[in-house]
Write a protein that binds this ligand. Structure first.
Ligand code: TA6
Length: 286
């Protein structure tokens, strides 16, 4: 669908405008009295909401390439494919073209629904940009047998200084699997701090998490539903240097807190069944 047709059918005046990125990718600009934001149709990828999300200055905007930052949707597998390492890491949802299903202005928010049908799944992703950001990921099985999938809303949060950040909230109640050492760890009952490459899967329902960011004098409040695991990641300096679409020192201004259902907490849905994972992001002054 052309940009003009998209705006004619789904645009909402100057509050929701579809545009063509220099790369040729289509994205939408949101501007209301309460917020500004952006999302790309490729991957249904939210790239901006207020100043709460991190996008790498080295991000590559190209068809079929995952964008480094914002909220990539990892689905239907997390990290490497369990059977075929040649398949793209984190699945196909974040690099596929999603279609606009509907747009509306409601309760002071711009609400957009995007859809993708692929490999026996019907996906609907609702993005609500208002005083807070809400996203709802829904997967419905169109298979005639049970199927398992993994999902991670792989959110990159913008922070002021990684060495002064602490992650508080429900995660302290749960143990985690360290993806780097391949070891399990018991719950610490302590906030999480970063002083090295960190790549952990916390198993449990962490419905409320906060990123305390004294450098930016704010706390980012993360509420989730339908999520039985949370991934916490910072690449630190050596991995940052190995990522061509990420600045060597950008690890200092970001951390990923990923609302997920992965590995031991993957999702099993029956034929015709729908599972929803949702995320709400807001900030408050410290
Ligand atoms: O969620 C953490 C992680 O699985 C890390 O291991 C790292 O690979 C990161 O995702 C980024 O993955 P990507 O495929 O986007 O480079």
């Amino acid at each position: 669908m052309s940009i003009d047709s998209l705006n004619a059918q789904y645009g909402l005046g100057d509050q929701l405008v579809f545009c063509e990125h220099p790369s040729g990718l289509v994205f939408a600009k949101v501007k209301t009295d309460h917020c500004t934001g952006e999302f790309f149709l490729q991957g249904a990828h939210v790239t901006e909401y207020q100043d709460l999300l991190f996008m790498s200055s080295q991000a590559v905007f190209a068809q079929g390439k995952a964008l480094r930052g914002g909220i990539p949707i990892c689905f239907p597998w997390f990290n490497s494919h369990p059977l075929d390492a040649n398949l793209p890491a984190h699945g196909w949802a974040r690099t596929s073209p999603w279609q606009v299903l509907s747009t509306r202005f409601q309760d002071s928010a711009i609400i957009t629904e995007l859809g993708l049908i692929k490999d026996q799944f019907r996906l609907v992703y609702r993005i609500e940009m208002g005083g807070v950001l809400k996203v709802f990921f829904e997967a419905t099985s169109q298979s005639d047998i049970s199927c398992d999938y993994e999902v991670a809303l792989h959110t990159y949060f913008r922070i002021g200084d990684i060495e002064r950040v602490s992650i508080s909230g429900d995660l302290k109640e749960y143990g985690y699997y360290d993806q780097l050492t391949k070891l399990d760890h018991a719950a610490s009952q302590e906030p999480i701090h970063f002083d090295q490459e960190t790549d952990r899967i916390y198993y449990g329902t962490a419905s409320s998490i906060a990123i305390q960011d004294p450098a930016l004098e704010r706390s980012i409040e993360i509420q989730s539903t339908g999520s039985q695991s949370t991934v916490v990641w910072n690449p630190w300096i050596e991995k940052s240097k190995r990522m061509s679409d990420f600045g060597d020192l950008e690890y200092r201004q970001m951390c990923c807190i990923e609302t997920a259902n992965v590995r031991r907490r993957s999702v099993r849905i029956e034929p015709g069944q729908t599972h929803r994972t949702s995320l709400q992001i807001a900030s408050r002054p410290l």
